[in-house]
Design a protein around this ligand. Structure first.
Ligand SMILES: Cc1ncc(COP(=O)(O)O)c(C=O)c1O
Length: 392
C-alpha cells in the first residue's frame, strides 16, 4: 500500500499509464517489432519482406559462415556458458587469448572484454571518477555514456558538439578549480549523425590540460581506421571503448588501454566484477570476426563509397543528411510526425529505415537513421534513393 501525504494512492500503476499516454500523445511511443531475417539484407517485418537499412551489421558479419562455425566450435569446446564472472571462475582461456589478439590489432598495451557497450559505459565512468572529478562530455554523446556520466556523481560540463574551441575554454576555466581529475568523453563516430570527431585535436587538448581522454568507437570498430581498428588507433587516447555487437557481428564490448588501467578496471569496475562473463559462443564469433576484419580494406573502401553515393543522391533530392561522413547516413526531417510518416512510407516501399525521435535525438531533430553495410548492393541503394525521390 502506498501513502502520499497520508492519502492512500488508489491506482499504484497510474504513473505507468500517464507516462505511456503522454508518449502516445506526442507521437513518441515505442514498441517492439519482430524482425525475421531472410538473408544478409532482407527481413520480414509484419508479414512484408523489406531491405534492412537500419542494422549496425556494417560488415554483414552476423550471418558470416566463419563466425557461425567458430561460435559452434567454442560451444563444443567450452560449453554454453562461462559459469561465473571473470574474477570468480569465468575467465576461460579464450578471454585472454582474444584480449591479446585485439591489443595487437589496436596497438595498445592491453584490452579488456566487457559484456556490452552499454554495460561498459555505465560502469567505467563511475569507476574512474570521484565526487571531485570533472567530466567534459560532447553534447551528442550516446545515452549509455550519459547514463555512465550520471552515475559518476561528479561535475559534468557539456561542450557543443565537436566544438574544440568550446572544449578548450571549459578546460581552461576548469583549471581554476581543484578537480581531482578532468575526463573528456566523446564518440569517434556519432551513432545518430554519422559524423566523426577529430581524435588528433582531442588528444592534443587532453595532453595540454592533463585531462584523461575516453573515446567510444562503437561505430568505427571494423569500419574505419588502420585495418578497420578505429579512428583512435595509435593516437594515444587513454581509454578506448568499442563494441562487438555492430561491425563485429556478435555481441559484447572491449576497452583498449594501458596495463595499469586494465588492472584498475579489474579491481574497481562493477560492470566487470559483478556480472557473468560472456558465453563462449559469443567470443568464438568475435574471434572469427577479428581474424577477418584486418584484410577487408577493399570492402571498407567500397562501403564508404556507397555511403557517399547515398548521401550525395539524397542531398541532390533536397534531403538533409547533416554532417555524416561515414556508413551512418541520417535523413534529418525535424518533425516527429513527418518522420514517422516517412518511415511508414519507406516500409510500404520495401525498406526498413527506422524513425529516430526524441529523447534519442534532440527535439525537432527527428530523423530516419540509415546505415549502409557491405552486403547492400549499389542496386539496393538506387532503389532506396528512388523511394525517397517519390515521397510526398
Ligand atoms: C556509441 C555507442 N556506444 C555504446 C553503445 C552500446 O553498445 P552495446 O550495444 O554493445 O550495448 C551503443 C549502441 O548503440 C552506441 O551507439
Amino acid at each position: 500500500m502506498c501513502l502520499t501525504d497520508g492519502q492512500l494512492v488508489t491506482d499504484k500503476n497510474a504513473f505507468i499509464h500517464e507516462a505511456l499516454n503522454k508518449r502516445k500523445a506526442l507521437n513518441l511511443f515505442r514498441r517492439l517489432r519482430t524482425i525475421d531475417p531472410i538473408d544478409d539484407v532482407k527481413i520480414v517485418l509484419e508479414g512484408k519482406a523489406v531491405i534492412n537499412f537500419s542494422s549496425n551489421d556494417y560488415l554483414g558479419f552476423s550471418k558470416h559462415p566463419a563466425l557461425k562455425k567458430r561460435a559452434i566450435d567454442y560451444i563444443k569446446k567450452y560449453g554454453a556458458g562461462s559459469t561465473a564472472s571473470r574474477l570468480i571462475c569465468g575467465s576461460l582461456p579464450f578471454f585472454e587469448e582474444i584480449e591479446e589478439k585485439l591489443a595487437a590489432l589496436k596497438g595498445t598495451e592491453k584490452t579488456l572484454i566487457f559484456n556490452s557497450g552499454f554495460q561498459a559505459n555505465i560502469s567505467i565512468l563511475p569507476a574512474l571518477c570521484d565526487e571531485e572529478s570533472l567530466i567534459l562530455s560532447d553534447s551528442l554523446n550516446h545515452n549509455s555514456l550519459i547514463q555512465g556520466i550520471r552515475l559518476s556523481k561528479c561535475t559534468v560540463l557539456k561542450y557543443r558538439h565537436n566544438d574544440h574551441d568550446h572544449l578548450r575554454t571549459l578546460l581552461k576555466e576548469s583549471l581554476k578549480k581543484a578537480y581531482s581529475r578532468r575526463i573528456i568523453v566523446t564518440e569517434s563516430v556519432f551513432s545518430m549523425d554519422g559524423d566523426q570527431s577529430d581524435i588528433n585535436a582531442l588528444v592534443a587538448l587532453s595532453k595540454e590540460h592533463q585531462a584523461f581522454l575516453i573515446v567510444d568507437e562503437a561505430h568505427a570498430t571494423g569500419v574505419l581506421g588502420p585495418k578497420g581498428m578505429g579512428l583512435s588507433c595509435g593516437k594515444g587516447v587513454d581509454l578506448v571503448i568499442g563494441t562487438f555487437g555492430k561491425a563485429c557481428g556478435s555481441f559484447g564490448a572491449y576497452v583498449a588501454c594501458s596495463k595499469a588501467i586494465r588492472e584498475y578496471l579489474v579491481n574497481f569496475c562493477t560492470g566487470l566484477i559483478f556480472s557473468t562473463a560472456l558465453p563462449p559462443s559469443v567470443i568464438g564469433a568475435v574471434d572469427a570476426a577479428l581474424d577477418l576484419i584486418p584484410s577487408l580494406e577493399d570492402d571498407r573502401r567500397e562501403l564508404l563509397q556507397k555511403a557517399q553515393h547515398l548521401r550525395s543522391s539524397l542531398q541532390l533530392l533536397g534531403w538533409d543528411t547533416g554532417k555524416s561522413s561515414t556508413q551512418i547516413v541520417p535523413v534529418i526531417v525535424g518533425d516527429a510526425d513527418k518522420t514517422l510518416r516517412l518511415a511508414r512510407y519507406l516500409e510500404e516501399s520495401g525498406f526498413l529505415g527506422v524513425a529516430i525521435r526524441p529523447p534519442s535525438v534532440e527535439d525537432g531533430r527527428s530523423r530516419i537513421r540509415l546505415s549502409v553495410t557491405t552486403v547492400h548492393t549499389w542496386d539496393h541503394l538506387d532503389q532506396l534513393i528512388q523511394a525517397f525521390k517519390h515521397f510526398k
